[in-house]
Ligand binder design. Structure first.
Ligand code: ATP
Ligand code: MG
Length: 476
């Protein structure tokens, strides 16, 4: 280990009561304890943190129990991992015993032994995450930084503490964590570390999907998610964990004609959406909005490149993508699928902004209309600023029309004013095809503007249609 006697001593005040108590308990137990990892890194980055990692040269669970009893709170023990966690005043404090760890190449389960804090740092993922503050009375708050993490923070660099091949090979999730931190902190991955990620990308296959997806969600939540997805693509990881998006890369040329490069377009759309919304699922919709393009790509002498039906085909791909990523398959998936399916609709209205077209869009999008409009606006990208300007002007026209029609007809969350129950009761019918036909007929008439969106006009139309179908009212 390097000798840091010449470096100036850096001390953090560590005023929080929790640090004092850990320090006292460590002294009582005659073990060394340190604050390590994210808290120390974020202290220098001036980022707010609510989770604190404490490493103890001894038993992490015993220490957690001792601290919890002073604070009069409960500690949660994770006996399988020998770690423990407690919550105190909005903080989440995790205790681990210092470990020495090595992984065998054929197994995802590490061999773990007790170790010193020096051993423990070597199994940390990055130099910026391997810094620690002492909790010993004699040098309370003093920084120890054996891998020069502070310098990497200053230079905004993500670098493994040891040889990157062994760090990444020991726990391949660290490759995605490197990219996650690059996106989240807007840091650069050191050249050798990045080369090693590209080299070891295949090893990501031994990592559980849940751990991978937790990191993907953090990339997605960062200010500019494209930073992360571009690095995933460049390193070759994306084609393993999300091949449907990796496939968007590249331009094919036929008879001298190329099409738009869909991957970089997608990155632009993703960042556009991220700039106006924190909604993580809207961001997923942006990432996935064009996944139907590769399977629908077609070249024709007359029309050039087309992607007919890519909205529909793309939306059909969403459930499997969500399933593979272990993302939630309920409302969240349905929302993304719907936005992918409808993403062309607002802009398609440009050519003919009719009331009925707008009503239909409002009806189909329902409560997601505002998000759909955000996605659609974000989808307007081009290298030519004139084209972008023209499209945006057209888009604003559609937006205005949408507001007008919405105010007039209240179609969003529209429920036809005549329900199936009313039809069944009026004509003494069980649930059957005729009921659906009458209901649809009324809905279509309202969306087309033939009748207003109200009970009386809908009732009159119900009677007219029922008569045509030869139905007669109960008791008539
Ligand atoms: P954040 O909490 O913002 O996600 P963090 O750095 O605190 O960032 P955690 O996942 O909470 O990340 O992990 C806490 C610390 O544990 C890290 O700072 C790092 O030192 C270490 N660590 C976490 N995961 C790994 C890993 N897969 N390999 C090596 N060290 C890790
Ligand atoms: Mg943390």
């Amino acid at each position: 280990m390097k000798n840091y006697s010449k470096s100036p001593v850096i001390k953090a005040p560590l005023r929080s009561r929790i640090f004092r108590i850990v320090s006292q308990q460590a002294a009582l137990k005659n073990v060394r304890a340190f604050v390590i990892g994210g808290y120390v890194r974020d202290y220098f980055l001036k980022r707010r943190t609510t989770d604190i990692d404490i490493v103890v040269e001894g038993n992490g669970m015993d220490m957690a129990l001792a601290v919890a009893s002073v604070l009069k709170v409960n500690a949660t023990l994770f006996k399988n991992f020998g770690t423990a966690m407690l919550r105190y005043r909005g903080l989440e404090i995790e205790f681990v015993g210092a470990r020495k760890e090595s992984y065998r190449s054929d197994s995802r389960n590490p061999v773990v032994e007790n170790g010193t804090v020096e051993d423990d740092r070597e199994r940390r993922d990055f130099t910026i995450n391997a810094m620690a503050f002492s909790l010993q009375e004699e040098d309370y708050g003093t920084l120890t930084d054996p891998f020069n993490g502070l310098e990497d923070i200053r230079n905004k660099i993500i670098r493994t503490p040891l040889d990157p091949d062994s760090t990444f090979s020991d726990d391949p999730l660290r490759m995605i964590r490197a990219i996650r931190f690059a996106a989240q902190l807007e840091f650069t991955i050191d050249k050798d570390s990045f080369a090693s990620i590209s080299k070891n990308a295949e090893r990501i296959n031994i990592v559980s999907q849940e751990r991978i997806t937790a990191e993907l969600q953090k990339i997605m939540a960062s200010r500019k998610p494209s930073i992360g997805f571009n690095l995933l693509e460049e390193s070759g990881l994306l084609s393993i964990i999300l091949p449907q998006v990796a496939m968007l890369r590249g331009v094919e040329t036929m008879e001298g004609k190329g099409h738009k490069e869909i991957f970089s377009h997608t990155m632009q759309v993703l960042d556009n959406v991220a700039a106006v919304s924190d909604n993580i699922w809207l961001r997923w919709a942006a990432l996935l909005h064009d996944v139907g393009k590769p399977p629908t790509k077609h070249f024709d002498k007359d029309t050039g490149w087309t992607f007919y039906g890519h909205d529909f085909v793309g939306s059909k791909m969403i459930p499997a993508i969500f399933r593979n990523l272990r993302l939630p398959l309920g409302e969240e998936m349905k929302y993304v699928r719907k936005l992918v399916q409808l993403h062309l609709r607002p802009i398609a209205l440009v050519n003919e902004v009719s009331d009925s077209g707008v009503r239909r869009l409002l009806y189909d999008a329902g409560e997601n209309i505002d998000d759909l409009m955000l996605l659609c606006r974000a989808d307007i990208t081009s290298k030519n600023p004139q084209i972008v300007k023209r499209h945006l002007t057209n888009f604003e026209l559609v937006s205005k029309k949408l507001i007008e029609v919405e105010e007039k007809d209240a179609i969003r969350n529209f429920q036809p004013p005549i329900s199936g129950e009313i039809i069944m009761k009026t004509y003494g019918l069980p649930p059957c095809r005729e009921v659906g036909m009458i209901k649809d007929f009324i809905k279509e008439a309202i969306l087309d503007g033939q009748i207003g969106n109200n009970y009386d006009e809908a009732l009159a139309l119900m009677k007219q249609r029922a008569a045509e179908l030869g139905l007669s009212e109960v008791g008539a």
